[in-house]
Design a binder for this molecule. Structure first.
Ligand SMILES: O=C(O)CCC(=O)C(=O)O
Length: 296
C-alpha cells in the first residue's frame, strides 16, 4: 500500500529508476534553507582550500569566493536537518523502500550561475555497495532546475544494467568514461523549485557545467533501507553501530542485513583522502563534461 505514490508512479520508478514529484516541499522550507546557505559565503571568503565543511570550486579565490558544495548539510544547517525527518521527503521514500530508513549521507551542490561545476556520469552504488540495493537519493530542488542550468540528468533503466567501470588514472575515479555512456538517451530532470527527484542507487546520472545566469542548487539526501549494510570500507564507512543507528530516519534498526543478488565492483584502490566527488573525478580518464580552471 502506498501512502503518497500512485501505482503508476511506483511502476515508473521500478522500470526507469527515477521519479520527479513536482512542488512537493512547502516553499517556506525551501526559503529557510536558502537563507541558511548565505552564511557559508562569508566563511568561504576566509578559505583558500576546501575543508570538511565546504568544497570550493577550482576557480575559487578569497576575493571571488565560489562554493561548489556544502558538505553534510544535515549536520550544518538546522533547516536541512529538520526537513530530512519530514514526511514531505520520507513518505515517498517509504513507498519505494519500506518503513525502516537510514540516512547514508547528505550534500548540497550549489552549481552556481556561470561556473557551477559538472558532475561526471556515475552510479552512486559504485561508491558505496551494500548488501541490497534498496537505496535511493532524494534531490530537493532549491531553484528551478532547467535544461540550461545544469539539471541532473539520468539514463533511464540503467539501474537494471551492470555496474560500469568507475576506474581512471591510477584507481577508483568515481566517473564512468564518456564513451561508455549513451548520452543521447539522457533525460534532464527539469522541475520548479520545491520539487523533488528520486533516483535509484544504481542509476547512471550526471550533470553539466552551469553556463546559465541562474543558480541550480540541489540538496541530496541519500537514503537506504535499514537492512542494507555497507559491503566494503573506505567509501562506505561504518565507524560504530551507535553512529550507524543514529542515522535512522524512521522505523526500526536491525542487526540482520538483507542479502540480495546484486552486482558489485569494489571501489578500490581509492585515494587515501579525497575531499569530494569533484576532486575524485579529476582523475577520470575520459571526462564527458567541460570543467573550468582557476584562470578561466
Ligand atoms: O548535483 C548534481 O547535479 C549531481 C549530484 C550527484 O550525483 C552527486 O553529487 O553525487
Amino acid at each position: 500500500m502506498s501512502a503518497v505514490l500512485t501505482a503508476e508512479q511506483r511502476t515508473f520508478y521500478l522500470e526507469h529508476g527515477y521519479l520527479v514529484l513536482e512542488n512537493r516541499i512547502p516553499m517556506a522550507r525551501i526559503d529557510a534553507i536558502r537563507a541558511e546557505i548565505e552564511r557559508f559565503r562569508e566563511i568561504a571568503a576566509t578559505m583558500d582550500r576546501s575543508d570538511e565543511r565546504i568544497d570550493l570550486e577550482a576557480t575559487h579565490t578569497r576575493e571571488n569566493p565560489r562554493i561548489r558544495r556544502i558538505k553534510l548539510p544535515h549536520r550544518q544547517l538546522d533547516s536541512v536537518r529538520a526537513l530530512m525527518y519530514d514526511d514531505c521527503v520520507l513518505a515517498p521514500v517509504r513507498d519505494l523502500l519500506g518503513p525502516n530508513l537510514r540516512l547514508h549521507t547528505s550534500k548540497l551542490n550549489l552549481k552556481s550561475a556561470g561556473y557551477g561545476a559538472a558532475v561526471e556520469w556515475h552510479q552512486d552504488w559504485a561508491f558505496y555497495p551494500h548488501t541490497n540495493d534498496d537505496i535511493l537519493a532524494v534531490g530537493v530542488m532549491l531553484d528551478d532546475m532547467t535544461a540550461d542550468n545544469g539539471a541532473l540528468m539520468v539514463i533511464p533503466g540503467s539501474h537494471r544494467g551492470p555496474i560500469l567501470d568507475h576506474h581512471g588514472k591510477g584507481g577508483f575515479s568515481g566517473a564512468i568514461a564518456a564513451s561508455a555512456v549513451d548520452a543521447g538517451r539522457a533525460v534532464a530532470l527539469t522541475a520548479p523549485a520545491g520539487s523533488i527527484s528520486l533516483h535509484h542507487v544504481r542509476l547512471v546520472h550526471g550533470s553539466d557545467l552551469n553556463r546559465s545566469s541562474r543558480d541550480r542548487r540541489l540538496l541530496l539526501y541519500e537514503i537506504t533501507a535499514a537492512d542494507a549494510f555497507p559491503i566494503m570500507g573506505a567509501l562506505s564507512k561504518l565507524p560504530s553501530i551507535d553512529e550507524y543507528d543514529s542515522r535512522l530516519l524512521c522505523g526500526e534498526p536491525t542487526l540482520e542485513p538483507r542479502l540480495a543478488p546484486v552486482p558489485v565492483r569494489i571501489p578500490q584502490p581509492a585515494p587515501a583522502d579525497f575531499g569530494s566527488i569533484y576532486e575524485l573525478q579529476n582523475s577520470s580518464s575520459e571526462p564527458a563534461f567541460e570543467s573550468l580552471r582557476r584562470d578561466s
